[in-house]
Design a protein around this ligand. Structure first.
Ligand SMILES: [Zn+2]
Length: 565
């Protein structure tokens, strides 16, 4: 298939980054506000308590663009104290906390500093579980370009009927409900979302329906529940003229309840379109990553007014029932037009993002790089190895190298959009350097098993991969995650020998190069000094510049220089 040389457009789940490979800007030093620091730091008002459960209830006012509700936060005391202590609750302006009730009885005092609220709670005994119920209301920040800017979304469907949801990754769930808005602390025992909406509309949320109750005032209340830990930004309401169809998918771990919620006028096309893509997604991703991580909560795919988001067990869908990303292919090879980008990518996050969640936003590459690579793995599973390689190579033109993928820690900072195509290409390079797909697959499945329902750091992921691979890839991670350089592989073949070395790389960069076919294989580990090994004619043929580039995210210089040796 011919590579289309158009500007690469990599369009993403939460951050719309449209760019060309030539659009490089020098990195600038970011400025962090007090609010960034309070959001991104594990302050002392946050670390003494561990969230166990959120029980959120709310009612949206579609006309006035307001919401009112309460969140019961159950928490375990992980650092006891004898006197009054402050608890940091995040709720962003212009929403207002009205009152806070302690353990279902006593009102508590609280004060406010920007979008942070300090609630004064009495002495806390180590390991005991308490709760605060926080009542709040007000105008809610509305998203302008959801899902990329985030906020509450008061939309209309195409028949001009109310259509509401929320997208808040990056911006934080405190944009619409009070919580501990830090990625490291997920409610260990899950969360419930209770929504009261006009009885002409249907409300859906993550997990399973607990009850639906008709009220006397032409409203209906719906309660949904997840039993597994969940990121705050993934707890999402969907309210509109929804209809439902469902099935039981026979997955790796047994029967999985799959629910499709679509606007009434999408029912007919959804019924054939969605299950086909969802089945293919589960086939490929359970193969590579292991069982879907949330069988207990089921899997739902839900129509949304924005393009899509990875909301745990309730994936948002807004890709127009068209293959590609809004009908386009990021790879330029055509492979991206063989499947629905949003269904595959956002569902890929169930493993990397929702099952394995990073503690700090700075480590978001763990979510996006592996999920980006799930697109290649999906393509390979259904269309063959060459298709996967071409897809991965094709999206490489979206790499900008504008700034490192890992930014500053503890300030709610987010790294370069390169965490998608460059991160995916890094994983592809590591995979080929292992030259053992069985091992690579066992590492992906092992990550999901070892860090099942956990929050992690980059260091944990790196060391797990190094240990399982039996090779130290630390310098490879440094190169791709922490610098903006593309390493250069210098090599040439002379008198039956291949001469090779790395340049433009971090000190000690040691990515092995392996090229193989059914008959033979050649492997070498370049350093920054010239080395050489003997190669047969057959092996020499494998060292084709273009073929190496497809497997490894490197620049290549075929250097016939002698004086450099
Ligand atoms: Zn994503």
């Amino acid at each position: 298939m011919k590579l289309i040389k158009s500007a690469a457009i990599i369009l993403l789940c939460n951050f719309c980054l449209s760019y060309t490979s030539s659009a490089q800007t020098p990195p600038t030093k970011p400025i962090y506000t007090k609010a960034d620091t309070l959001r991104g730091t594990l302050t002392k008002e946050r670390t003494w308590w561990d969230v166990q459960r959120y029980e959120l209830s709310f009612k949206p006012d579609y006309i006035n663009k307001t919401i009112a509700g309460d969140n019961v936060i159950s928490y375990k005391v992980v650092k006891g104290n004898t006197g009054n202590i402050k608890m940091q609750i995040d709720l962003q302006e212009p929403l207002i906390i009205d009152s806070v009730i302690y353990n279902g009885k006593a009102p508590l005092q609280f004060s406010k500093s920007t979008s942070v609220w300090y609630v004064t709670v009495p002495a806390q005994k180590l390991t005991e579980t308490n709760s605060v119920r926080i009542f709040y209301h007000g105008k809610v920040h509305q998203a302008i370009r959801a899902p990329w800017d985030g906020g509450f979304i008061f939309e209309q469907d195409s028949l001009k009927r109310p259509y509401m949801t929320v997208a808040c990754q990056g911006l934080g769930a405190s944009i619409w409900y009070p919580n501990k808005d830090h990625q490291s602390d997920e409610p260990d025992k899950g969360a419930s979302l209770t929504m009261t909406v006009p009885d002409t509309l249907t409300a859906i949320a993550n997990g399973r329906l607990v009850f639906k109750r008709q009220n006397n005032d032409k409203t209906t209340t719906y309660k949904y529940n997840v039993v597994n830990p969940i990121s705050n930004y993934c707890i999402i309401p969907y309210i509109g003229k929804y209809v439902n169809f469902k099935e039981v998918y026979k997955g790796e771990k047994g029967p999985l309840d799959v629910n499709y919620w679509v606007l009434d006028y999408n029912f007919k096309k959804a019924k054939t379109y969605m299950p086909d893509q969802v089945h293919k997604m589960f086939q490929a991703l359970e193969h590579w990553f292991g069982p879907y991580p949330f069988y207990e909560d089921g899997y739902q795919l839900i129509d949304a007014s924005h393009t899509g988001m990875e909301h745990q067990s309730a994936v948002s869908y807004g890709n127009g029932y068209k293959f590609g990303y809004r009908g386009r292919d990021a790879s330029g090879y055509g492979w991206g037009m063989k499947w629905d980008f949003i269904i595959i990518h956002e569902s890929g996050h169930e493993w990397f993002g929702n099952n394995i969640t990073t503690k700090d936003l700075a480590d978001m590459w763990v979510h996006e790089s592996f999920t980006n690579y799930s697109e290649t793995l999906f393509t390979e599973y259904h269309f063959g190895k060459q298709a996967g390689n071409e897809y991965n190579y094709g999206i490489r033109k979206g790499i900008r190298n504008d700034k490192p993928i890992i930014p500053d820690y503890n300030v709610n900072a987010q790294g370069s959009g390169d965490m998608y195509p460059k991160g995916g290409n890094m994983l592809h390079s590591i995979r080929h350097s292992m030259d053992n797909d069985q091992l690579f697959r066992s590492i992906l499945r092992g990550l999901n098993k070892t860090f099942y329902h956990q929050t992690v750091t980059t260091a944990q992921i790196e060391s797990f991969i190094n240990k399982q691979a039996g090779y130290n890839y630390s310098k490879v991670f440094d190169q791709y995650l922490r610098t903006i350089q593309t390493p250069v592989l210098n090599y040439y073949i002379k008198d039956g020998q291949v001469y090779y070395k790395w340049s433009d790389c971090v000190k000690g960069f040691n990515l092995p190069i392996v090229m193989s076919n059914a008959k033979t294989k050649v492997k070498f580990i370049p350093s920054e000094s010239w080395q050489h090994i003997k190669v047969s004619q057959e092996q020499a043929k494998l060292l084709d510049k273009v073929e190496i580039e497809k497997m490894y995210d490197v620049k290549i210089l075929v250097t016939p220089a002698n004086n450099d040796i």
